[in-house]
Design a protein around this ligand. Structure first.
Ligand code: ADP
Ligand code: MN
Length: 174
């Protein structure tokens, strides 16, 4: 492996706190926040807009092509509510953020999610869908489940990832 900095995925159900974590982590570490939402929009990695779900229908092959060069250089924090599409060889750490149902419900209501999308996301969180996807797609040693309910949770999560990064750099120093 030739990366001089690791790649981290921050994943979880929409509303769980991915973007907030990525922004804070990027600010603290200098790693690059790769917002997949933004890439999908900017580089048109989609097959159109789903009206009912109010979201893009993502073309995963196009998306991978769009971010491959950047991610292969290392030092990326990937912000996306799926993780099974990224090749295992690209990724060093997978953080799955978790939240309780009541908190998630409030956050998605705040976002004015349409009913079908709101319910699907609540169900997905209850049924551990993203955690399972992460465990099925990556070695279990690199998958970490972290709680994201309070601001204190976010602080301690980011601290913990910073510690992990420091360790990774020591282990990979040439
Ligand atoms: P995602 O990117 O996973 O959809 P966001 O980072 O946009 O989630 O967070 C959704 C909302 O929940 C935002 O209003 C954010 O401020 C809030 N939030 C997320 N995580 C936390 C947390 N750990 N503590 C307090 N508020 C949070
Ligand atoms: Mn987000």
């Amino acid at each position: 492996m030739s990366r001089s900095l690791p790649n981290i995925i921050i994943t979880g159900t929409p509303g769980v706190g991915k973007t907030s974590h990525c922004e804070l982590l990027a600010e603290r570490t200098g790693l690059k926040h790769v917002s997949v939402n933004q890439v999908v929009k900017d580089k048109e990695c989609h097959e159109g807009w789903d009206e009912e779900y109010q979201s893009w229908i993502v073309d995963e092959d196009k998306l991978l092509d769009a971010i491959e060069d950047e991610v292969k250089q290392g030092g990326c924090i990937i912000d996306w509510h799926a993780c099974d599409l990224f090749p295992q060889s690209w990724i060093d750490l997978v953080v799955v953020l978790r939240v309780d149902t009541a908190t998630l419900y409030d956050r998605l209501i705040e976002r004015k999610y349409p009913e079908a999308k709101l319910q699907e996301n609540i169900d997905s969180e209850i049924m551990d869908v993203l955690l399972q996807e992460a465990r099925d797609s990556y070695d279990e040693e690199i998958v970490v489940e972290l709680r994201s309910v309070t601001a204190d949770d976010m602080e301690s999560n980011v601290d913990r990832i910073e510690q992990w990064l420091k360790q990774w750099k020591e282990n990979n120093a040439s």
